[in-house]
Design a protein around this ligand. Structure first.
Ligand code: CMP
Length: 142
């Protein structure tokens, strides 16, 4: 499946027309990973934005330490890596592959340019951030 066909089923692009999808897909490149591979490392400088195209990955905080915590599991259609691109700080958590799979990756520069040119895309990213914060609030108060 090509990047554009994959994006049709990604909630981030719900309601987007074919021209917008094409524009976004042009700047994505596929990156395969194997089960257990570390796709992102907590604390590293951020260079890209990722959309999962196949396989499950998990978001892990304090990996390898006594306080290791899995914050979330993400699957096809979900995205990650936006936080450090938006706030300029290092990666907030590790992303570890649970199985063999693939992500579509966009450079920092292209991601920020796309956000600036598409208010709809920016709103969808914000919606997901709000939803993840809401889930974190629930987990903290359980
Ligand atoms: P970033 O900090 O760039 O790199 C790690 C990524 O993990 C982060 O961006 C988010 O995309 C993702 N992430 C961090 N915390 C959570 C969470 N609580 N739920 C889902 N995804 C998260």
């Amino acid at each position: 499946m090509g990047a554009e066909e994959m994006l049709v089923n990604v909630p981030l692009f719900a309601g987007f027309g074919s021209a917008e999808l094409k524009r976004f897909a042009r700047n994505l490149y596929p990156r395969k990973h194997q089960a257990q591979e570390l796709i992102l490392k907590e604390g590293e400088e951020a260079v890209g934005f990722y959309i999962v195209s196949s396989g499950q990955v998990e978001v892990v905080k304090n990996m390898g330490g006594p306080k290791e915590t899995v914050l979330a599991t993400l699957g096809p259609g979900d995205f990650f890596g936006e936080m450090a691109l938006l706030d300029g700080y290092p990666r907030s958590a590790c992303i570890r592959a649970l199985e063999d799979g693939e992500c579509l990756v966009m450079s920092r520069w292209d991601f920020l340019a796309q956000l600036k040119s598409s208010p709809d895309l920016a709103a969808q990213v914000l919606r997901t951030l709000a939803s993840r914060l809401r889930q974190t609030d629930v987990a903290l108060t359980e």
